[in-house]
Write a protein that binds this ligand. Sequence first.
Ligand SMILES: NC(=O)c1ccc[n+]([C@@H]2O[C@H](COP(=O)([O-])OP(=O)(O)OC[C@H]3O[C@@H](n4cnc5c(N)ncnc54)[C@H](O)[C@@H]3O)[C@@H](O)[C@H]2O)c1
Length: 439
Amino acid sequence: MKPVEFVLVGAGSRGAHAYAPYAVNYPSDAKIVAVAEPDPIRRAHIADQHDLSDDRCFASYEQLFALGQIADAAIICTQDSMHVEPTLMALNAGYHVLLEKPMATTPEQSTRLVMAAERANRQLVIGHVLRYTDFFYLLHQKLESGIIGDLITVAHRENVVHWHMAHSFVRGNWRRKDESTPMILAKCCHDLDIMVWNIGKSCTKLSSFGNLTHYRPENAPAGATARCLDGCAVESTCPWSAKRIYLDLEPFAHLTQGMDPRGTLPNQWPFNVLSHDTSYAAREAALRTGPYGRCVYQCDNDVVDHQVVMMEFEGGMTATLTMHGMSHEEDRWMRYDGTKGTIIGAFSGKGGRIEILPHRSQAEIIEVDGRDGHGGGDTGIMRGFVAAIRGEAPPRSSARESLESHLLAFASEDSRLAHNVVDMPTYRQQLRDSVSKSK
Ligand SMILES: NC(=O)c1ccc[n+]([C@@H]2O[C@H](COP(=O)([O-])OP(=O)(O)OC[C@H]3O[C@@H](n4cnc5c(N)ncnc54)[C@H](O)[C@@H]3O)[C@@H](O)[C@H]2O)c1
């Protein structure tokens, strides 16, 4: 069968390193035929890897989409605030679209994208990669099997490791709401999507609390300098020391085994976010002048570092989500309690473990491998998207299903700020009214 042909929009961390490699690893499934990316080094990397001629390399998505449809599908991996325009252009030109989460930065725009895809009769798959992991698929199947009876309550935690919090949400691209999205959307639309999928009912009420408590100027220890390499008095004991993270590579022992920290690192996240050149000298220079060398207490961040969401679903069942950026390790924990038993899950970059504990039958413990990007989800979503385009199987979530997780996240942020309970049927109705009024 002919491979499905893709254009790639945005060849940064996700475009170049999460999705484009699928075409290299599975050439009978997927082929990248064009790229739009303003950064010449990133553009050239994709051109080399996928053997693209100059007339298939563009500095921006406007130039690419001006050609009309030249492939079956578009993979759109620009930054959060730059999702809507290229997605509408792609859908209008006739492309199926794999769009990175979050769909958009407002509930109205997210809804409009879903409507546009439905109107165009194109697949619009949102980068909710966790649905495509073996771990979450197995968990979903176990819950669907009814082994723990009717669900009564769910608790889900997203434990963001302290250095990742600092990298993305204090020093990095998602540190400010006005430049990206609220953290509960940026980090937890995945978690809300998994919860909605597993619970299988509509959320009726929601409330949320959360704050930026720790990563603030008033918490800077005495002697802290604006940059970690500027002679900071507490550098050697600070968990967020940029030297510890990006030069000594302490948190990455699993990735860098046998490698000299003073050498050139693989072209991969998070090192390649500092600079294209991942040599020690280039990383050190980036820390002296760029955003990732800043003291975590002296950045211009405003997104929360912890947030909880409480939800009630149809039929009265309840669920909670806790997210925080203080964790020792990055992982997700979850507990589903039903009338006939309990399921406990733990999922991290090292794999996962699911304990199925029925009240009246044998317990089962399943260890799930999943060290690949996002527990295998990056590859899985590409495989699922290809199958959906070929008409072999529907994607694991339609854009409309993905929208629900986004609406819960937007409503959580509203509730956090207003200190109120959001009635979700009213919220959805007001959104429908606002979208149809502005048509
Ligand atoms: N699914 C997930 O788990 C997951 C994980 C991380 C990030 N993301 C999301 O993926 C998206 C991309 O994140 P990233 O880390 O790859 O960001 P990035 O900044 O590394 O990549 C974005 C790329 O878009 C390019 N770009 C800018 N303007 C453009 C234009 N006009 N035309 C074409 N390309 C343009 C930039 O030059 C950059 O290379 C974000 O929305 C982010 O929230 C999703």
